[in-house]
Design a protein around this ligand. Structure first.
Ligand code: CU
Length: 149
């Protein structure tokens, strides 16, 4: 690639970025899901963990979760080692919602099938403002707990 082509590519790249920025209002949430997984279930009960990052200019909330694998998916937080169903989780503007082992989690009741390690479980996250996001949760070993520092 010669120098002229390179600078042309760079120019196009910059233009695209600027256009996208101009299109997105600062008053909407911009959500991205990462670090998602499901520990391999050993009963008809499953848990899901993930992080939702909000780089937008408005707060949002995770309000519900649906999945092919269960008709009864709820969102739970853990307090004093007891879990409790909640109606929603906050995803603050410029912040993140972290579901981690020992803390908040997605809860799958009455699993229709028990996924094996290495399989993927499709879920859809529903938010108060943002469009739903489909996520594939990789199934990890039952005791899996990613070290985060
Ligand atoms: Cu739970």
């Amino acid at each position: 690639m010669n120098r002229r082509t390179t600078s042309l590519v760079l120019t196009i790249g910059l233009t695209t970025t600027l256009t996208l920025t101009a299109c997105s209002s600062p008053n909407v949430p911009e959500l991205k899901v990462s670090d998602s997984y499901m520990p391999r279930p050993v009963s008809d009960l499953g848990a899901g963990f993930l992080t939702v990052t909000n780089s937008g200019g408005a707060d949002d909330k995770l309000t519900s979760v649906t999945s092919d694998i269960s008709d009864d998916v709820t969102i739970h937080r853990t307090e004093n080692q007891k879990m409790q169903e909640v109606k929603s989780f906050d995803i603050p503007a410029g912040g993140a919602l972290d579901l981690e082992r020992g803390g908040s989690h997605l809860m799958f009741m009455n699993l229709k099938s028990r996924p094996a390690q290495g399989q993927k479980v499709g879920i859809e996250l529903h938010f108060e403002k943002a469009d739903p996001i489909k996520v594939e949760l990789p199934v990890k070993e039952t005791t899996y707990n990613p070290a985060r520092h």
